[in-house]
Ligand binder design. Structure first.
Ligand code: NAP
Length: 308
């Protein structure tokens, strides 16, 4: 069978860092075009916009939307209407409600819509989930601290409404948490620190629980210089689990259970190919729902103005 002909929309940091190598390494899918206003890739057909791509390259079967979240719904709707399978970078959109009509459109057309959560493809996530299914968690502490200037250099969209600010990385922790815990969680309180000159938070502190009263505390910070922290520590009936490096490493009472080079995006593209083959969708809005809850329930504080 011929590989699925894929186009990347929005050739920015994540498309170059992760999507290009993962697509090249995945059987069953091949990069056939780029739609990006400013960026091109040697040897690959280029279109300035998604509209031009859809009009002029009917052979394209699927698109990966690597643009900022604020414009993604409209692009996904256009691509689905044109009969393309759609992969959404995280977060899947700028609001929770905009996604259901996309799922309906995909299902009605027999197309795949895949809302990716790349951190769920980190190697320690499934082992942690299996462990917690057998050993009840007693408390959870999340520390997600990174340097926005390193990971999102000059990306003003991230501090615009819908850009999520520090929840752009924080939602990755929530995507892991919602996968590994045995029960649904819900927010009980939050504090969100907004720079005076920006529309999205630069730091946040959150408390969640579940139906059993499990205490879950999370600290998100976008101004972490030096070593970066992407850790989830879980006290459980079977010992203390520590997922670190964003889910690449797992220890139990200090003993290493998993320590693998991160290969999240290869897993994403294998899953996309499989979903398309099965005519299925994969859209889980739980992480986005928790972030929306934080914006709804969170107390807002002022932080110093932010500049790059
Ligand atoms: P980025 O570097 O800003 O790239 C996004 C690209 O989308 C831009 O280069 C731009 O290319 C295009 N674009 C289209 N409309 C745009 C608009 N209104 N404003 C800005 N750019 C626009 O961002 P990114 O870091 O790749 O992030 C893209 C998505 O991937 C986000 O949802 C982010 O959460 C997710 N992600 C990022 C990372 C990371 O570490 N950076 C990790 C995982 C996931 P043209 O100008 O050529 O059109």
């Amino acid at each position: 069978m011929n590989p699925i002909r894929l186009a990347i929309v929005g050739l920015g940091k994540i498309a170059r860092d992760q999507h290009l190598p993962a697509i090249a390494a995945t059987p069953g899918i091949a990069l056939a075009a780029i739609a990006s206003r400013n960026a091109t890739l040697d040897g690959v057909a280029h279109f300035d916009t998604l509209e031009a791509l859809l009009a002029e390259a009917p052979e394209i079967e699927a698109v990966a939307l690597c643009t900022p979240p604020q414009g993604r719904r409209a692009q996904a709707a256009q691509a689905l209407a044109a009969g393309k399978h759609v992969l959404l970078e995280k977060p899947p959109g700028a609001t929770v409600s905009e996604i259901a009509p996309l799922v309906d459109a995909a299902r009605e057309a027999g197309l795949t819509l895949f809302a990716t959560w790349h951190s769920r493809f980190a190697p320690a996530v499934e082992p942690a989930r299996d462990f917690l299914a057998a050993h009840a968690p007693r408390s959870v502490e999340i520390t997600w601290k990174e340097d926005v200037r390193v990971w999102h250099p000059g990306q003003d969209w991230i501090f615009e409404p819908g850009g999520l600010g520090v929840f752009d990385p924080g939602i990755n922790a929530l995507s892991i948490l919602t996968r590994i815990l045995p029960r649904p969680l819900f927010l009980t309180g939050a504090t969100l620190a907004f720079p005076e000159n920006r529309a999205a938070p630069i730091a946040a502190e959150l408390d969640f629980t579940d139906a059993t009263g499990l205490p879950i505390h999370a600290v998100f910070d976008f101004l972490q210089t030096g070593p970066q922290s992407w850790d989830i520590a879980i006290d459980s009936a079977g010992g203390r689990l520590l997922l670190s490096s964003g889910g690449a490493r797992l220890t139990r009472d200090g003993a290493v259970l998993v320590d693998e080079k991160e290969a999240e995006y290869a897993g994403i593209y294998r899953h996309f190919v499989d979903l398309i083959g099965r005519g299925a969708c994969d859209v889980d809005l739980a992480p986005l729902g928790h972030v929306a809850d934080a914006f709804m329930l969170g107390r807002r504080t002022k932080a110093a103005p932010f500049s790059w």
